[in-house]
Design a protein around this ligand. Structure first.
Ligand code: MRU
Length: 340
């Protein structure tokens, strides 16, 4: 199922803050609305953020009254600036925004034609993501055996992508191959993407899933109840994988218990010109930690630290599942001379 659709200048996508109790479709018609939706995680997950960024710029172009190409390009650059300021960590957002901008910069033709080319490029980004996720799923399913229990963190599912999911795409593909698997979903504090979204998707698809709180993973691994971990990624750099806060802890636990730890992500998530120390980790509102579901659970005014992502050093990663195949630990060095 498509998680983001373009309909004559309007972007349709589920409001993920309402799930799992309400299924509401957002109708986004302005760049400001797209920026708000991204900032507040109505639309979220690295690959979906890429498509959302591209469609956000397409909205500006579609509704533009610009009469020449340079004016249209300037409006696109303004839209891209607004969108790039929303969230700093997932590289797909920047990659997709730059891809549509570059398409327009290199364009020779009328302004009306340029508009069409930009919308087409945004749609292409979305279509490619959908297709790549199915390939990631197929590639990753080879790592999963009949009867395996797989632990995942956050939501790297259909909801986080244009279609099918990355980590959950791997799980879905194994299930579709007839493997009798089970999933353990970390709830993923503070914003509960695991309990709200991962369990929602898997339950809907009939894939057995058990929800745990984040602090239960060590115990469950120590009991031999997990065969494999698979998670998504927001940015893969030379020496680390950035993903939802808590991923690093899961990776360390997996290593301690000799459980393979895999990352599933499209190449649009790779940012191999950077190291972990170059990446900005988004810090979010303290309310997300002091409140759950609108209810205050900590004293008013308590000091809070709320980083949204962490960096898992590559030494904890058994392999990275991409649309082109699986890069195993021994392959990491090939990405760049100083990759590990
Ligand atoms: O803050 P979020 O919900 O956008 O964070 C999402 C994640 O960390 C996902 O694991 C990641 O984007 C991969 S999604 C295929």
């Amino acid at each position: 199922m498509r998680m983001i659709k373009w309909q004559n200048g309007t972007v349709l996508t589920p409001d993920q803050t309402k799930l799992p109790t309400e299924e509401v479709t957002l109708e986004i018609r302005t760049v400001a609305q797209m920026a708000e939706a991204i900032k507040n995680l109505r639309v979220r997950g690295a690959p979906l953020l890429g498509a959302a960024a591209a469609f956000g710029i397409a909205i500006a172009v579609y509704h533009s009254k610009a009469t020449c190409n340079s004016e249209l390009l300037a409006e696109m650059e303004d839209a891209a600036e607004i969108i790039k300021r929303t969230r700093p960590t997932a590289v797909n957002l920047f990659w997709a925004a730059d891809r549509v901008l570059n398409k327009a910069r290199g364009f020779n033709g009328t302004t009306e034609e340029m508009k069409a080319v930009v919308v087409e490029e945004a749609q292409k980004i979305a279509d490619e993501d959908a297709e790549q996720n199915h390939r990631i799923g197929k590639n990753g399913a080879s790592l999963i055996k009949d009867g395996d229990t797989i632990l995942t963190h956050c939501n790297a599912g259909e909801l986080a992508t244009v279609e099918y999911g990355t980590a959950l795409g791997v799980i879905r593909a194994a299930w579709e191959e007839g493997k009798k698997i089970k999933v353990i979903a970390d709830e993923t504090r503070p914003l509960l993407q695991g309990s709200r979204l991962t369990t929602y998707e898997l339950k809907r698809d009939g894939i057995p899933v058990t929800l745990i709180t984040d602090n239960m993973a060590a115990h469950i691994m120590s009991k031999g109840l997990v065969n494999l971990v698979v998670v998504g990624a927001d940015r893969i750099v030379q020496d680390a994988v950035f993903n939802k806060i808590g991923t690093y802890g899961v990776a360390v636990l997996a290593k301690e218990h000799n459980i393979p730890f895999y990352v599933a992500a499209p190449k649009s998530t790779f940012d191999l010109s950077r190291k972990a120390s170059d990446v900005i980790i988004e810090e979010r509102n303290p309310d997300e930690v002091t409140h759950i579901g609108g209810k205050q659970i900590a004293p008013t005014g308590v000091n809070v630290f709320n980083p949204a992502f962490d960096a898992t050093p590559l030494k904890y990663v058994s392999g990275i599942i991409t649309e082109d195949g699986i890069y195993r630990k021994e392959d990491f060095a090939k990405f760049k001379p100083n990759f590990v």
